[in-house]
Design a binder for this molecule. Structure first.
Ligand SMILES: NC(=[NH2+])NCCC[C@H](N)C(=O)O
Ligand SMILES: [Mn+2]
Ligand SMILES: [Mn+2]
Length: 315
């Protein structure tokens, strides 16, 4: 039983931190390569094409203007990401975006949405994160665009960004499931509620367990579903994953994160992935990058026993 929609993965590096509040996520792609991402995927029987890194403007490190920091630079990087991700999907490959900060999900997910519209597939997005990333220029406390990608993808934001993949919004809020959330700004909280985002926050995971949360988040997938996973490394508890710019205590443990990845693999519907917000400048001897690689192996089907055996056991 295949674990993913394509057996060929294309690694696309986007070395920038233009959307973040701390410098250093620009070093994420290289840290993931050094931690053995390609080799780990190959060990799962995947063909890996490393496309190298995209190019874009430097981080000007300026204060926010009209509620956004670095809007022009964020737009330039996301245009590059959009085209690169879309080109891989058209070739039947599974794009893995190596961030970079989480603003880059605007480019990658808009490309996936455009591809799904053209092929008639249903898109479901799993947003693994400590944050909802659902701010707008009116709601944001920071102006950092990595706190806004979900809102932009749902059509709330500057037109240049909301129209990256065409004139209609990339996503309807009902296509998104957020997991691991534990930090939402006050105005953002009201907006999450108003748009009825489906959020499995840490309290839900504490009370119901990761297994139940994932069963809910993955409910309704079928043979026509393209599953996109947007993995913000700050999803993980900072005790095990210190190498991120915006740590929030109280995240999923190693075991909970593994189960989350394994249950996604079991669906067999993974079609694209972002690995974002890894910040090597804040890491300890690349341990967070190695943990991310370890989890991505599970996402691509690594398991202790034969997967068929485990799937049967769960039912
Ligand atoms: N992708 C992230 N790490 N996002 C953090 C966002 C933090 C905060 N909510 C903000 O908007 O500034
Ligand atoms: Mn986050
Ligand atoms: Mn995020």
């Amino acid at each position: 039983m295949p674990t993913t929609l394509s057996n060929t993965v294309a690694l696309i590096g986007a070395p920038t931190d233009v959307g973040a509040g701390a410098r250093g996520a620009s070093m994420g792609p290289e840290a993931l390569r050094v931690a053995g991402l390609a080799e780990a995927l190959q060990a799962q029987g995947v063909r890996v094409l490393d496309r190298g890194n995209l190019h874009g403007p430097a981080n000007p490190w300026q204060p926010a203007q009209d509620g956004y920091r670095h809007l022009d630079e964020v737009l330039a990087w996301n245009r590059a990401v959009h085209e690169a991700v879309h080109a891989e999907l058209q070739q039947g490959h599974l794009p893995v975006l190596l961030g970079g900060d989480h603003c880059l999900a605007m480019g990658s997910i808009s490309a996936v949405a455009r591809h799904c519209r053209a092929t008639g597939q249903t898109l479901r997005v799993l947003w693994l994160d400590a944050h909802a990333d659902f701010n707008t220029s009116e709601l944001t406390p920071s102006g950092n665009l990595h706190g806004m990608p979900v809102a932009v993808l749902c059509g709330f934001g500057p037109q240049a960004l909301t129209h990256l993949g065409g004139t209609s919004p990339a996503l309807h809020p009902s296509q998104v499931r957020q997991i691991g959330i534990r930090s939402v700004d006050p105005g953002e909280k009201r907006f999450v509620h108003a748009q009825r985002l489906e959020v499995y926050d840490m309290r839900y995971i504490d009370e119901m367990g990761m297994r139940h949360a994932m069963e809910q988040a993955l409910a309704g997938l079928d043979a026509n579903t393209h599953l996109h996973v947007s993995f913000d490394v700050d999803f993980l508890d900072p005790d095990i994953a210190p190498g991120v710019g915006t740590t929030v205590p109280g995240g999923p443990t190693y075991r909970e994160a593994q189960l989350c990845m394994e249950m996604i693999a079991d669906t067999g519907r993974l079609g694209s992935l972002d690995i974002v917000e890894l910040n090597p400048a804040l890491d300890e001897r690349n341990r967070t990058a190695r943990l991310a690689v370890d989890l991505v192996e599970s996402l691509f089907g690594k398991s202790t026993l034969m997967r068929e055996h485990q799937v049967r056991r769960r039912h």
